[in-house]
Design a protein around this ligand. Structure first.
Ligand code: GTP
Ligand code: GTP
Ligand code: MG
Ligand code: MG
Lengths: 292, 278
C-alpha cells in the first residue's frame, strides 16, 4: 500500500514543521514508481511529480497527521484535479439529431460502447439510431445488428458498400427522415499511424459534422496511450474519452496520460460486456485506483 | 542512448526511460539495468558505445529461442486452445494460423468456442472460409466445452491434423469465466488425454503492466505453453513480454503484424530486440 510505504520514508519527519526538498524527493520516488506501475506514461509521470514537488516544498505538515499520509493525500488531490472536476455529459446538438461518433484502436470496445450508449440515452428519453461504419472487420456489421436487435434499436448499414463515408451520410439522412434525435456512428478500429484509415475517419468527421467525437481507449493500455491519443486528437480534435474494460484490475494510468496530452475529459467508462455496463466517469475513484 | 561519451547515471536513466516507455515495467527494467551494470563492472567496460550491444544481447538471451515449434508429425490431431482477455486478437490469430497450416497441406478444424459475444461465431466462420478450414459450431449460448469436445471428436473421426479452439474473451479477474476455461480444457482432455497440446495466451502489444497479471492468472488456470503478441504493426513495442518471460518463463511463439490473413510471423528474439531500440 502506497500510504504505508511512504510512512516509513517519512518516519524521520515527525516533529518537523515543514517538508524540505529532500523529504519530498524521497517520498515522491515511491509515488513515481506507483504511477509507472499503473501505466502512467513516463514523461507524464515525470512532469506530474515535478509539479507536485514544486508545490509541496514548504507545505506545513500538520502535527497530528503523518507526513507520508499527507503527501499521498496531496498527490491524490492533484490527481483528482487533473483527471477533471465535475461530470460532463455528451454534448447535445442545438438542432437534433445529436451525432456521436466513436473512434479508437482495434479491439478497444467501440462497437460494444455504441450499443451501451444507445441503451443509456434511450433510458434518458432519446430515440437512438446506430450506424454500422466498420466495413472491414469480419462480421462487424453483423455484430452491431445483433446488438441492435437485442436492444430493439435500429441499425443502419449498406450491404456491399465499400465507402464508410457514404454509409454514414446515408445513415444520417435516414435517421433524420425517421425522426431519430440521437445518432451513434461505429467506426472500424484503426492504427493512428495508418494514413489511409486516419484520412477515412477525418472524411467521416468532415462529412457528418458529429456533435461529439468519443475516443475509446482500453483501460489496460500502456505507455503508448500518449502517442495514440495525441495522434487521434491532432487529426480529429475529439471531444471526450471513454475508458473501457474498467471492470478488470488494470490500474488505468492511461487516463492520466490521455488527459494530460489532450486536455479532453473522460466522460464514461465501460464496466462489463453487457449493454447495461456503462457508468459516468468518477475522477476520485480513478485517482485511488491509479495510486494503487 | 547513443550520444554518450561516458557510462554514467545519465546513460542509465536514458536506458530506464527507453525500457519503461516500451512497457517493460519498473521491476523488469531495474533487473535488466542491474545485470547490465554488473556486466559492465565484471568486464571492466569503459566504452559507452558498447552498452547498447550488451543490452540487446542480454534481452535477446532472456527471450530465448522462441520459434514456433509445431511438431505435427508426432501428434494427430494437434489441439491448440487460444485464450486471452477481450479484444486482443484471438479470433483473428486463429484465422491466420489456420491459413498458414492449410498452406502447408494440413487439414484444419476450427472450434467456435465463443458462444457468448455478438456475432463471434459468424466472425470465425468468415475466417474458416478465408483459411480453407472446417468449422465446428453450435448455437449462441451453447456450452463452449461441448463445442470444443465436438471439434476434437470430429477431428478424430475425420483424421484432421489440427484443431484450433477459439474461446470468448474474458478478464482474468472473473472467477466464473476462468472456471469455464478450466472446464473447456478438462472436457477436451476427456476426449483426448494429451490435449490441448498447446494453450496460447494472446496479448495485445499495446497492453501495459496488466499483461503480467493476465499471464499469471491464465497460467494458474490452464498452463500457458506460449504467447502470441498481436498488433505489433502499431507503435507499441510489447515490452511486457520481457517481464513475463523473466517472471514466468513463458515464451512468445508468434506475433501478429496486421489484420490480414498473412499477417502472422514466428517470434524472432533478435528482430524483437532491434525493434525495441529502433
Ligand atoms: N469486460 C469488458 N469487456 C468489454 C468492455 N467493452 C467491450 N468489451 C469486450 O471487448 C471485446 C472487444 O469489443 P468490441 O466492441 O468488439 O471492440 P471494438 O473496438 O469495436 O473492436 P474493433 O471493431 O475490432 O476495433 C469484446 O469481447 C467485448 O465484449 C468492458 O467494458 N468490459
Ligand atoms: N493492427 C492489428 N490489428 C489486429 C491484429 N490482430 C487482431 N487485430 C484486430 O483486433 C480486433 C480484435 O480482434 P479479434 O480477433 O476479434 O479479437 P478477440 O480477442 O477474438 O476479441 P474477443 O473475442 O471479443 O475477445 C480486430 O479489429 C482485429 O482485426 C494485429 O496483429 N494487428
Ligand atoms: Mg468494432
Ligand atoms: Mg474473438
Amino acid at each position: 500500500d502506497l500510504s504505508n510505504k511512504l510512512e516509513s520514508v517519512f518516519k524521520q519527519l515527525r516533529g518537523q514543521g515543514k517538508l524540505t526538498e529532500k523529504n519530498i524527493k524521497d517520498g515522491l520516488r515511491d509515488v513515481r514508481r506507483a504511477l509507472l506501475e499503473s501505466d502512467v506514461n513516463y514523461k507524464v509521470a515525470k512532469d506530474f511529480i515535478k509539479r507536485v514537488e514544486e508545490r509541496a516544498v514548504g507545505e506545513e505538515v500538520l502535527r497530528s497527521l503523518k507526513p507520508g499520509e499527507y503527501v499521498v493525500r496531496y498527490v491524490h488531490e492533484e490527481l483528482i484535479n487533473l483527471l477533471g472536476g465535475k461530470f460532463q455529459d455528451i454534448q447535445v446538438a442545438p438542432q437534433p439529431p445529436t451525432i456521436v461518433m466513436v473512434c479508437g484502436l482495434q479491439g478497444s470496445g467501440k462497437t460494444t460502447l455504441c450499443g451501451k450508449f444507445a441503451r443509456y440515452f434511450r433510458k434518458k428519453g432519446k430515440h437512438p439510431f446506430l450506424i454500422a461504419g466498420d466495413i472491414y472487420r469480419p462480421a462487424a456489421i453483423h455484430q452491431l445488428q445483433v446488438i441492435g436487435k437485442q436492444l430493439d434499436i435500429p441499425v443502419f448499414s449498406i450491404e456491399g458498400e465499400k465507402d464508410a463515408v457514404t454509409i454514414c451520410r446515408k445513415g444520417l439522412a435516414e435517421a433524420k427522415r425517421l425522426g431519430h434525435d440521437f445518432v451513434i456512428i461505429d467506426t472500424a478500429g484503426r492504427l493512428q499511424i495508418d494514413e489511409a484509415m486516419m484520412a477515412e475517419v477525418e472524411r467521416i468527421k468532415h462529412e457528418i459534422q458529429p456533435t461529439e467525437i468519443v475516443f475509446v481507449a482500453d483501460a489496460m493500455i500502456g505507455q503508448e496511450a500518449v502517442n495514440v491519443a495525441k495522434a487521434f486528437h491532432d487529426r480529429l480534435a475529439f471531444d471526450s474519452v471513454a475508458l473501457t474494460k474498467m471492470d478488470g484490475d488494470a490500474r488505468g494510468g492511461a487516463a492520466l496520460s490521455i488527459r494530460a496530452v489532450t486536455g479532453k475529459p473522460i466522460k464514461y467508462i465501460g464496466v462489463g460486456e453487457k449493454m447495461d455496463a456503462l457508468e459516468p466517469f468518477n475522477p476520485e475513484g480513478m485517482a485511488s485506483r491509479i495510486l494503487g | 542512448i547513443r550520444g554518450h561519451t561516458t557510462i554514467d547515471d545519465d546513460l542509465m536513466e536514458e536506458i530506464e526511460e527507453l525500457l519503461i516507455s516500451a512497457d517493460v515495467g519498473v521491476h523488469a527494467t531495474m533487473t535488466i539495468i542491474d545485470r547490465l551494470q554488473n556486466r559492465i563492472k565484471i568486464d571492466k567496460i569503459k566504452d559507452p558505445s558498447l552498452v547498447e550491444g550488451l543490452l540487446k544481447a542480454e534481452i535477446a538471451a532472456l527471450m530465448g529461442e522462441g520459434s514456433y515449434e509445431l511438431d505435427l508429425s508426432a501428434v494427430k490431431p494437434y489441439v491448440i486452445m487460444v485464450v486471452g482477455v477481450n479484444g486482443v486478437g484471438k479470433t483473428t490469430t486463429i484465422g491466420k494460423i489456420a491459413a498458414r497450416l492449410k498452406q502447408e497441406g494440413k487439414h484444419v478444424i476450427l472450434a467456435a468456442g465463443d458462444t457468448f459475444r455478438a456475432a463471434a461465431i459468424d466472425q470465425l466462420e468468415i475466417w474458416a472460409d478465408r483459411a480453407g478450414a472446417q468449422i465446428v459450431r453450435s448455437q449462441p449460448e451453447a456450452d463452449p466445452a461441448a463445442v470444443a469436445f465436438d471439434a476434437v471428436d470430429a477431428a478424430l473421426a475425420r483424421n484432421a491434423d489440427v484443431v484450433l479452439i477459439d474461446t470468448a474473451g474474458r478478464l482474468h479477474t472473473k472467477v466464473n469465466l476462468m472456471k469455464e476455461l478450466e472446464k473447456i480444457k478438462r472436457v477436451v482432455q476427456k476426449r483426448l488425454p494429451a490435449a490441448p497440446h498447446e494453450i496460447l495466451l494472446v496479448l495485445d502489444a499495446t497492453t501495459g503492466q496488466n499483461a503480467i497479471q493476465q499471464a499469471k492468472l491464465f497460467n494458474q488456470v490452464v498452463d500457458i505453453s506460449g504467447l502470441v503478441l498481436t498488433k505489433l504493426d502499431g507503435t507499441a513495442k510489447g515490452g511486457i513480454v520481457i517481464a513475463i518471460k523473466d517472471e514466468l518463463n513463458i515464451p512468445v511463439k508468434l506475433i501478429g503484424v496486421g489484420e490480414q490473413v498473412e499477417d502472422i510471423q514466428d517470434f524472432d528474439p533478435h528482430d524483437f530486440v532491434e525493434a525495441l531500440f529502433a
